[in-house]
Design a protein around this ligand. Structure first.
Ligand code: SAH
Length: 218
């Protein structure tokens, strides 16, 4: 069950969450404003209503999680987004990160491999607030060749290595933010495509995401 009411109490808790994310090192004011504007409890079962503004990941069904707000802010900040850019997100999950991107006024193409999560997000009334979001059911390893090339690519699941097809679907000058590593821990990487054949790689902090899996489920 979900509840789509945003109380003063929840708004207050959200401001505190934004303060704590700021203290952890997020400096991009547009990202912080986006987190402040989005009722995270809308994306969770009512069972989590009282704790939705803790800086933690929570289960969203199908063994998946909504990312920790700090992680959402961290990845969003690394993308250095400008309005109207084309952004490909792998791992729609709850749709929360996609709505953060929507607040940042970019054109979002988000892919989910779990049919149940995809169907749930499609019915989610809050998403209509963001006309620049488009939802796709499929395997993120394939990307979206029809809509490529993208300015930015955001992977929100742990990738064993950088998916080749996603590199191909980036514009020259484009950036990809992706957690790469094993099951337990991954290193956040930012890849910049400097020419059709050359890439720069920057390394950031360690995180722990659910795995990026091949194929799609029914
Ligand atoms: N961005 C999400 C976090 C989701 S967790 C949010 O804001 O809630 C990671 C998601 O990636 C899960 O929903 C998982 O099903 C999905 N996923 C894993 N591998 C994938 C793939 N190959 N293609 C698309 N989605 C994938």
């Amino acid at each position: 069950m979900r509840r789509f009411e945003d109380s003063y109490k929840q708004k207050g808790l959200r401001r505190q969450l934004v303060d704590s994310i700021r203290q952890k090192g997020i400096t991009d004011e547009n990202v912080l404003t986006a987190i402040n504007n989005i009722p995270r409890h809308f994306f969770l079962d009512t069972a989590f209503e009282g704790i939705a503004y803790e800086d933690r990941a929570f289960p969203i069904g199908e063994g998946q999680t909504i990312s920790q707000p700090y992680t959402v802010a961290y990845q969003s900040q690394l993308l250095e987004l400008k309005p109207y850019e084309k952004v490909l997100e792998i791992g729609t999950g709850s749709g929360y990160q996609a709505c953060v991107l929507g607040e940042l006024k970019v054109n979002v193409f988000t892919i989910e491999r779990q049919k149940k999560l995809f169907d749930q997000v499609k019915q989610f009334p809050f998403k209509s607030k963001y006309p620049t979001l488009r939802f796709f059911y499929g395997d993120g390893y394939e990307g979206l060749p029809t809509y490529a090339p993208f300015d930015k690519v955001l992977v929100t699941a742990a990738a064993p290595q950088i998916p080749e097809k996603l590199l191909q679907q980036m514009k020259v000058g484009g950036k990809m933010v992706i957690p790469v590593g094993g099951q337990e821990v991954q290193r956040m990487l930012r890849i910049t495509k400097v020419s059709e054949t050359d890439y720069d790689q920057e390394m950031f902090d360690n995180f722990s995401f659910v795995p990026m899996l091949a194929g799609k489920t029914l």
